[in-house]
Write a protein that binds this ligand. Structure first.
Ligand code: PHE
Length: 340
């Protein structure tokens, strides 16, 4: 029995098998225990001798089991260490931190430049109503300009007003003036929507609007701020500019600002060169707009401007097709995007 048990202990493959073996030998109904119980039937002399032998056997088996248990535990630990080894010398997996989209980058840049001049950022909703997008901005009822903007009207009225996706950020001029009186000096970046699609138009695009209202604000301030802006943004100190008379219902007089460029070399270069490029719309806020917002035009006056973010990003970074901004091509984003 001893050699049989010893061999079985040595062969036990793992801790559960070893425990099973222990119970079958030394447990309450184990083979060694049963033998001990049978001692009672022997006469005293024989019982003493057999008892000693059995005790030695029991002791030896218990020790062998304990030794085997330790061997198995150590083997298990070694196996686990090998399995869970961390190779600290491996190079790290490349992280993909993402990039600022050129639109975000450009809007941040515009806000930073005007921020230096004391403008703060204002916001308004993408879904607005006819009043804020047109009426308060002095678009007469039924005026073709309302349709000129290729407006996305929404199938819902609020307080009797048609709702729409704003066609320009000029809605934020109105919302800002409604929220509080002058002095006002805000910059409003945001998404705008027009039903149009080609190389230079997408149904959603971005604008940045500016609005300044105070008692003595005049056209010279408008020109000064915008000249400072374009020269900083395009990083050309002596960038030529010109203001061409134009028309917007909400400004009077109205102008479009052009910057100098050079097209002679086949590709477009921003700077002196005799050619002109339109870059934004601007003007003095129309008295009707001030009145619609509860501001007295005999006391206050101001200027406003609005520019297309994609357009001025395309000009600065030489991006030829507006639609690529929204195609989410990672190679394009890596090329024009900026690490955070
Ligand atoms: N809202 C005009 C547009 O979208 C731009 C503009 C803004 C013009 C402010 C004048 C003043 O074309």
């Amino acid at each position: 029995l001893k050699s049989e048990l010893m061999a079985a202990v040595k062969a036990a493959p793992d801790a559960p098998a070893l425990e099973e073996l222990r119970v079958s030998a030394l447990g309450k109904k184990g083979r060694v225990t049963e033998l001990m119980k049978s001692l009672g039937g022997l006469d005293p002399e024989a019982r003493k001798a057999a008892g000693q032998t059995l005790n030695v056997l029991k002791q030896a088996v218990a020790e062998a089991i304990e030794a085997r248990r330790q061997v198995l535990a150590e083997a298990e630990l070694n196996a686990r260490l090998a399995r869970e080894k961390v190779d600290v010398s491996l190079p790290a997996r490349p992280e993909n931190p993402g990039r600022l989209h050129p639109i975000s980058q450009t809007m941040d840049e515009i806000c930073a430049i005007f921020g230096q001049m004391g403008y703060t950022v204002a916001e308004g909703p993408d879904v607005d109503d006819d009043f804020h997008n047109f009426t308060a901005l002095n678009f007469p009822p039924g005026h073709p300009a309302r349709e000129m903007h290729d407006t996305f009207f929404l199938p819902r009225e609020i307080d009797g007003e048609r709702t729409l996706l704003r066609t320009h950020t000029s809605t934020i001029q109105i919302r800002t003036m409604e929220q509080g009186g002058p002095p006002i000096r805000i910059l409003a970046p945001g998404r705008t929507y027009r039903c149009d699609y080609d190389m230079t138009h997408t149904p959603m695009f971005h604008q940045v609007e500016g609005l300044v209202i105070d008692k003595t604000t005049h056209m010279g301030h408008l020109k000064g701020c915008l000249i400072e802006f374009v020269r900083t943004y395009f990083e050309v100190d002596d960038l030529p500019v010109r203001f061409r008379p134009s028309f917007f219902p909400f400004t009077e007089p109205s102008a479009e600002m052009d910057i100098g460029c050079d097209r002679s070399g086949g590709e477009l270069k921003i700077g002196a060169g005799g050619d002109w490029l339109e870059i934004l719309g601007c003007g003095m806020v129309h008295p009707n707009v001030l009145t619609a917002c509860g501001i007295d035009p005999s006391e206050y006056q101001g200027f406003a401007f609005g520019m297309g973010v994609e357009r001025i990003a395309m000009l600065k970074y030489g991006i030829p097709d507006l639609r690529t901004f929204f195609e989410s091509d990672v190679r394009w984003l890596d090329h024009y995007g900026f690490a955070p």
